[in-house]
Design a binder for this molecule. Structure first.
Ligand code: SAM
Length: 270
């Protein structure tokens, strides 16, 4: 039977796993002039509404994603899909699994979900890592659990104390050296195999397009770490890679039912 709703989604960056992002459907991709792609498929009513709800206001790779559906969906379908999407969002990837972990408000909002911190850390297994913006320790602990030796730098003393406490809960405190201070001053004297930067994205970061200069202290940290062989930045999904020429980009998706089609962040490798 013919599926009644024709759906067009654009622009999609070429490095995005389209099938995972868009979900089921016989998606056909077409090139756009700027190297991005447009995807088209015919979907059932519920699937079209769910996709529209999930991609509403989402920017990936520096552009807001547009979803066009014809014939247009009615308000009732969209409302149902928006409510369902809000429910799924609440079931998204969780932070620390340890119930005694300590977090302040900013630490909680900016924490890398545990499963994703471990996924990233596996790629650095056994290496010497500097976590330049360690927060309450989400990534530093992930790296240590993957056998890395970690230098965790954090400017906020209270949050650094939380990171220490949390590392002890996971039994990896002795693999992490905790240093309170400004990474811009400390980095030039440090050596490591990998520098990891998870900058503060800001309370209301721009969901449509964020550039490198809007993610302090990234620019300065990159400039003072040229002696290190590899640098990773955890950037918002809306980050525009054109603002960091030459970087390799990967979209990191969430885990679990509520999140597995959602881009949680971009991993930039320099
Ligand atoms: C996004 S949070 C890090 C979250 C961490 N990756 C996690 O998963 O728990 C960014 C942290 O960088 C810290 N920060 C900002 N500027 C800094 C600087 N110049 N040097 C060191 N830390 C800095 C902030 O205080 C904040 O705690």
């Amino acid at each position: 039977m013919r599926r009644p709703f024709h759906v067009r989604v654009e622009p999609l960056p070429p490095w995005l796993d389209r099938q995972r992002f868009l979900g089921d459907g016989d998606w056909v991709a077409h090139d756009l002039a700027n190297g991005h792609l447009k995807a088209e498929a015919s979907l059932e009513r519920d699937a079209a509404a769910d996709l529209a709800a999930r991609l509403r206001g989402v920017g990936i790779g520096g552009s807001l994603i547009k979803v066009e559906i014809s014939p247009p969906l009615n308000r009732k379908d969209l409302r149902r899909a928006n409510l369902e999407e809000a429910r799924r969002y609440r079931q998204g990837s969780t932070g620390f699994s340890h119930r005694s972990a300590r977090l302040d408000d900013e630490g909680r909002k900016s924490l890398t979900p545990e499963a994703l911190a471990l996924e990233l850390a596996e790629r650095a297994r056994g290496r010497r890592v500097i976590d330049a913006c360690a927060g309450a320790g989400g990534n530093a602990i992930g790296f240590a659990r993957a056998g890395c030796k970690v230098l965790a730098i954090e400017i906020n003393p209270g949050r650094l104390a939380m990171a220490k406490h949390n590392a002890a809960l996971y039994g990896v405190a002795d693999q992490i050296e905790f240093v309170q201070g400004d990474a811009r001053e400390l980095l030039p004297k440090q050596d490591a195999d990998l520098l990891f930067i998870d900058p503060p994205w800001g309370e209301r970061y721009n969901k449509e397009r964020v550039t490198l200069s809007e993610l302090p202290p990234c620019l300065e940290l990159l400039e003072c770490s040229l002696h290190l062989p590899k640098r990773w930045i955890k950037a918002p999904p809306s980050f525009d890679p054109a603002s960091l020429p030459g970087c390799r980009v990967e979209a990191i998706f969430g885990v679990g039912q509520g999140d597995h089609r959602r881009v949680k962040f971009l991993l930039l490798e320099i």
